[in-house]
Design a protein around this ligand. Sequence first.
Ligand code: GDP
Length: 297
Amino acid sequence: MFENLSERLGGVFDRLTKQGALSEEDVRSALREVRVALLEADVSLPVARDFIKRVETKATGAAVTKSVTPGQQVVKIVHDELVAVLRGEGDPGALKIDNPPAPILMVGLQGGGKTTTTAKIAKRLKEREKKRVLMASLDTNRPAAMEQLAILGQQIGVDVLPIVKGESAVQIARRAKSQATLGGYDVYLLDTAGRLQIDEVLMAEVAEVRDVVHPRETLLVVDGLTGQVAVEVAQEFDAKVGITGVVLTRMDGDGRGGAALSMRAVTGKPIRFVGTGEKLDALETFEPERIAGRILG
Ligand code: GDP
């Protein structure tokens, strides 16, 4: 099991006499522990290093208030800094869906939770925002994926574009667009094809679809437990297709959430939602405080 960071820092500071301010040496030994905690939480090494530098500047010379121990003080500084890095601009849960019908493009690798997340977002828009939502699967290679979306649509009472055999992804996207316009929908979600790994054909196809529908949001769905891989996937998709936000799935798992920090630090893209289970209401708006707490253990 992971040791709690506060306890660990407690150990570091026990040896030190209480002073009015945190000395450089105090801070340095504390930050060694913080660094280990970050790496254990699956934060990538360069991101952890940069982060530690930021904290070092803030912590050195910070006055130790009477009510807290130096250990708690450093934990608070680390926590606040984590939240600052994790927080994107604006409300992560507020999708840009004015000007109906608003297209939302869902992208990601196969198995990351893209189709499930598409249905979760559709459900949320329907129930919380009372939007008329249409979903369409563009996964022409995998009939099972198309059927999966159709079944999920039935479960949540959201319309799914009928499957027409032999159409290309771009043709389906065009049909979804016209159906969404004619049918008076507020939003249409396009669940693009996933691959086991990033490939040029997939990227070219997604880019073509993007150019046809001009999405208001392009959300990348990645498995939050895959850590550094998730960050690389995000960089690649952002470079080739352009993403407006990230959904981290499987945050109900054992991971410590470090991928979230690396994701923010490396891509600069906001994390919008986290998936917290297989059920279709297991989707939460991203809260930096919650992930910060988890990273610190
Ligand atoms: P896709 O290939 O990216 O479309 O992935 P799917 O949506 O088919 O999801 C793959 C598996 O992951 C399914 O069994 C989902 O139920 C599961 N899944 C998706 N999101 C989450 C999540 O947030 N937590 C958990 N525990 N499972 C999830």
